[in-house]
Design a binder for this molecule. Structure first.
Ligand code: AHR
Length: 660
């Protein structure tokens, strides 16, 4: 290197050092003894919708797709193979007159069949994820008029590698349906296996509800949920769980709306409907997306209970999706919709002797589910929504005055549509208004103070759906990167600071299958075997697991810290763990030197813990690299009442100080 160059480099380093040393310290004051709002136990929750293969092909651990032949194309997902051509070897019968909920079944006619003669193979949801040494439980409902048959069940990987096999020997049952089960254990792991059933012998057999479940479901419940996915939810310690959507509540038209009563009871009696995400986006068609309701309202309530979340069901308000058909139920015919809402409260909370409480008890949950809130309508808008909501509000409050109603402010958090709804809802003195934010990262920074000037006495706010869009809403280019996560974190400090107004918040959508998604970004991505919390998930988890009990002022130059020098902050105390918890976002590309003066307590613990989430703006977590961007925890000295922390560029930091 030439001398001149060396000198210039030296000068640059000196200048850099000078600026580093000269960088001013941001002095931030936490008034820890001045709690002004309680953090509601519900504050940070999850919003589940069956989108992106969230339920079928997602948390519902069923591996067989189209298990009861009810998809629009009855053999979708199934492949029939036979050696000797027989047109009628596999037919689909429809007994709609007798069984409206589960009309179709497959009839297989078998003639002197041996290996290779006749088989049906199910491809699973983008394949079947199979794990070595794990048990798989196969079951089938069948009836057999005549014959002597063996069903050879095989889990197959690649061209023909048999991972597990077993035999179901059937018997003649006449007109009676019988359920038969076998369990088989896999000798290897595969991401995209299939299940083949080949027939031995001769006879005619009717088959329905052909099912394969892994043993390792959540809480080992037979026919249950995918444990790795649910564990990620449980790890967030969510305060509430909203279900089942989202737009699927509304449906393309009213015939496709979510009807909770069709999702309970024996699974073979739950009437399948198409999932509106099947065809919603022409650029992401998912023709095999249906709702079997193996996962229904009982299971959602049970899941909420399992993960310690308050259940928040959302019901159709008599309006189909206004982006789609915009069908309305006439006001004089809305009674059955209202009755569904009233009955749901009894289903969740009623005595085991009440009509709907008994249904719950008979399903195995005699104790109430402790429902405290109910959503009426998803993203509905306009005077049509208000006039329907008024009918629901009157009927529900008359019978159940303590149930809090969650109401819609439409699709966007501003504009004429929002202003109209916001005004009307407040006139109606509704309990909780649901606001949605699918916006660019800049918007989240700019709106971190959104709630600072909200009415403190009126309706509470549920920030029910938010997600930073790295490109734009419904763009397939959106990424769950550090940039969006940090922007969301800045916005969330504003929610936490306004905990007297904002009582609930959730990211949306929750899950996405890497091979079956319609909408991105999403909080958790999965394939058939693995799941990954995104950087956005890490933000949610940091908030939810450091929720605290009371918001306290955190000030910079005696003002709320929301954007000055690129910093956004909130602070809470936790009266149970006896901690002060500071959350701070550094949105700038430079390090920030900060010093926190904690007022109000004589003695603080000598060490603070500091969890830092940071990374390159475009970095992401994936199923292949799930822990790429994770919080890194360290500790730092507390000097009297002061904690010094250098905030990394583009970071979210949680500082916890114990109160002695
Ligand atoms: O989260 C995806 C969709 O976004 C939800 O179904 C709907 O409520 C919103 O428009």
């Amino acid at each position: 290197m030439k001398l001149k160059q060396l000198c210039l480099t030296g000068l640059a380093v000196t200048l850099l050092n000078f600026f580093a040393v000269a960088q001013t310290t941001n002095i931030i004051t936490v008034k820890a003894d001045k709690p002004y709002a309680e953090i509601q136990p519900t504050m940070w929750g999850v919003f589940f919708e069956d989108i992106n293969l969230g339920a079928d092909g997602g948390i519902y651990a069923e591996l067989v797709k189209n298990r009861s032949f009810e998809f629009s194309k009855p053999l979708m997902g199934w492949k029939v193979e036979q050696n000797f051509f027989n047109e009628a070897a596999v037919t689909v019968l429809n007994r709609q007159g007798q069984n409206l909920a589960n009309p179709r079944f497959a009839r297989v006619t078998v003639n002197n069949s041996i290996a290779g003669t006749l088989s049906i193979t199910n491809e699973g949801f983008r394949g079947m994820g199979i794990k070595k040494d794990l048990r798989y439980d196969f079951s089938v409902m069948y009836r057999q008029q005549t014959g002597n048959l063996k069903l050879h069940v095989e889990i197959i990987a690649g061209k023909n590698k048999i991972l597990a096999s077993g035999i179901v020997t059937t018997e003649t049952t006449g007109e009676t349906w019988k359920k038969q089960r076998i369990s088989i254990t896999a000798n290897d792991t595969a991401q995209k296996a299939k299940m083949k059933i080949w027939f031995e012998g001769s006879g005619v057999i009717d088959m329905d509800m052909i099912s394969l479940f892994p043993e390792d479901t959540w809480k080992k419940r037979p026919g249950g949920m995918r444990a790795d996915m649910i564990q990620l939810l449980a790890d967030m310690k969510p305060g509430f769980m909203r279900f089942p959507g989202g737009c699927i509540v509304e449906g393309f038209d009213l015939s496709e709306r979510y009807k909770w009563k069709n999702t309970i009871g024996p699974i073979e009696e739950r009437q399948l409907i198409i999932n509106r995400w099947n065809y919603e986006f022409a650029h992401r068609p998912t023709p095999d997306y249906f709702q079997t309701f193996g996962l229904g309202f009982f299971e959602y309530f049970q899941l909420a209970e399992d993960i310690g979340a308050s259940p928040l069901p959302i019901l159709n308000c008599g309006m189909a999706c206004q982006f789609n058909s915009a069908e309305l139920v006439p006001l004089d015919q809305i009674d059955s919709y209202v009755q569904d809402a009233v009955d749901l409260i009894e289903f969740a909370n009623g005595d085991a002797n009440s009509k709907w409480g008994k249904v719950r008890a008979d399903m195995g949950h005699p104790d109430p589910f402790n429902l405290k809130m109910l959503g009426i309508g998803n993203e509905n808008w306009g005077p049509q929504y208000i006039e329907r909501l008024q009918i629901f509000q009157k009927a529900i409050k008359e019978k159940y005055p303590n149930i809090k109603l969650v109401t819609s402010s439409g699709t966007d958090p501003n504009g004429e549509r929002f202003d109209f709804l916001n005004g009307e809802l407040r006139k109606m003195k509704v309990d909780i208004i649901d606001e949605h934010f699918y916006r660019r990262p800049e918007w989240f920074f700019e709106n971190a103070s959104r709630y600072d000037n909200y009415d403190r006495n009126g309706a509470k706010i549920f920030a029910g759906e938010y997600a930073g869009q790295s490109d734009k809403t419904v763009s397939v280019e959106n990424k769950n990167n550090v940039r969006t996560a940090i922007a969301e974190a800045a916005f969330l400090t504003g929610l936490e600071r306004n905990a007297d107004v904002v009582v609930m918040a959730s990211y949306a959508p929750l899950f996405a299958h890497v091979d079956g998604w319609q909408w991105t970004p999403d909080l958790i991505w999965v394939d058939n075997l693995r799941s990954a919390g995104t950087v956005n998930y890490q933000v949610q988890k940091l908030f939810a697991t450091n929720k605290g009990t009371n918001a306290v002022p955190i000030l910079f130059n005696n003002k709320i810290l929301s954007g000055q020098d690129g910093l956004y902050a909130s602070a809470v105390t936790d009266k149970n763990s006896k901690e002060i918890i500071i959350k701070i976002v550094n949105s700038s590309a430079a390090e920030k030197t900060t010093s926190y003066i904690i007022e109000g307590y004589k003695k603080l613990a000598p060490q603070a813990t500091v969890a830092v989430l940071t990374g390159g703006a475009e970095e992401i977590n994936t199923v292949n690299n799930p822990f790429n961007v994770m919080p890194v925890v360290s500790s730092t000295a507390v000097k009297g009442k002061k904690v010094d922390v250098v905030l990394k560029p583009f970071s979210f930091t949680v500082i916890k100080v114990g109160i002695k």
